[in-house]
Design a protein. Structure first.
Length: 127
């Protein structure tokens, strides 16, 4: 179990507007994920995180704040040690995420924005 928690994973992203799929290597200046071709990416260039970590907390915390439209991208987890095989399969499946939703569900990263917390203070005063 401890070894499984230390296992690294990488991110594969899909731009839901353009259909472009790629392995995440960083962040572009505009806050969008910097992606490279899944089939030719070197593992050393990819964003990695521990299996026990939430990738949004590990890498994407700034992305969510900076990105103008976080629903533009879909993200998928891939075991880093099997990236060469699993990454290309997930990359191909992510090209049509609706048709492959059942297959992709265990690899999909939830990018829902946290609920906004609003604190209201009511003061008693003269009416």
């Amino acid at each position: 179990m401890a070894q499984e928690l230390n296992q690294e994973e990488v991110l594969i992203a899909r731009n839901n507007d353009t259909g472009q799929v790629g392995a995440v290597t960083g962040l572009n200046e505009d806050g969008t994920p910097k992606m490279t071709d899944v089939k030719s990416a070197k593992l050393s260039d990819l964003v990695k995180f521990s299996k026990g970590q939430n990738p949004l907390e590990a890498f994407m915390s700034n992305f969510v704040r900076q990105c103008k439209n976080p629903s533009t991208f879909g993200f998928f987890r891939v075991p880093a040690d099997r990236y060469d095989t699993v990454g290309t399969v997930i990359g191909d499946l992510a090209k049509d995420p609706v048709a492959n939703a059942e297959i992709l569900k265990d690899n999909k990263v939830d990018v829902a924005l946290p609920a906004l917390k609003v604190h209201l203070t009511f003061e008693k005063g003269p009416r």
